[in-house]
Design a protein. Structure first.
Length: 243
């Protein structure tokens, strides 16, 4: 005897029910795969950023950074213990310390994707590593220092680029007079936001050099635009007590 089921007020063969069940399971499978991929990508990004931040701290203290030491530190944190802090190297007397104008970063152009420093905007709770380059690969992992612009510690315009949906998402809330810090192995440089504006994608004047030490942050705009954003959001900051 053929089995029938009621569907929308009429009887349908069970074959249709089986087909719909199959489609439902297929949609569920694709959803689970997409969710797994999203979790994997975001978890990998968080772990990578944590490692880069930790490695930079080790470099500032003159210590070797290895994945094994990083894993050990993270395990100690998860177990409720403070990270093991080795004594920092003694600082050099002022007469022997390098000035910002004579650091290796100033005389040797950084290689592609090399770590430049760490950017921090306290008012936005924004902390991100800065690497050399503005290519897609670099901007997926960090904020990028735009090649050809000044390096931290030198006179001129230090230009940094970041994605509006990752590292520079918080820039939508930045205000004039907000403080910005750029920490490098040669020192920490402080800036204060002077202005913000929106420009076209071909307006390269925002990257032009300046006689004084300044900082320019560049990201796409509008922040919640779907697809390739048509404009650029520019944050201009000036150095505080430049040396």
């Amino acid at each position: 005897m053929r089995v029938h089921a009621v569907w929308n007020g009429r009887q349908e063969p069970t074959g249709w029910i089986r087909l719909l069940d199959g489609v439902e399971w297929l949609v569920l499978l694709f959803g689970l795969i997409a969710l797994d991929a999203y979790i994997w990508i975001n978890t990998g990004s968080i772990v990578y950023e944590s490692y880069e931040d930790w490695a930079f701290d080790q470099d500032l203290r003159g210590l070797a950074a290895t994945p094994l030491r990083f894993a050990g530190d993270e395990i100690r944190v998860l177990m409720g213990r403070e990270r093991f802090e080795l004594p920092q190297q003694p600082s050099l007397p002022p007469s022997l310390a390098l000035s910002p104008d004579t650091t290796p970063l100033d005389t040797v152009p950084p290689t592609a994707s090399a770590v430049i420093g760490r950017l921090e905007i306290p008012s936005l709770h924004l902390v991100a590593m800065v690497r050399e380059g503005a290519d897609a690969g670099t901007l997926r992992r960090a904020v990028g220092h735009i090649p050809g612009t000044a390096l931290p510690g030198r006179r001129g315009n230090v230009a940094l680029a970041g994605h509006r949906d990752t590292f520079f998402r918080a820039l939508r809330g930045i205000q004039v007079h907000d403080a910005i810090e750029l920490e490098t192995t040669s020192g920490t440089y402080q800036y204060q936001v002077e202005s913000t504006r929106v420009v076209g994608p071909r307006d390269v004047q925002v990257l032009a050099s300046s006689p004084d030490a300044s900082l320019t942050l560049v990201t796409c705009y509008p922040f919640y635009y779907v697809g390739s954003a048509p404009k650029r959001f520019i944050v201009r900051a000036v150095a505080i007590n430049p040396r």
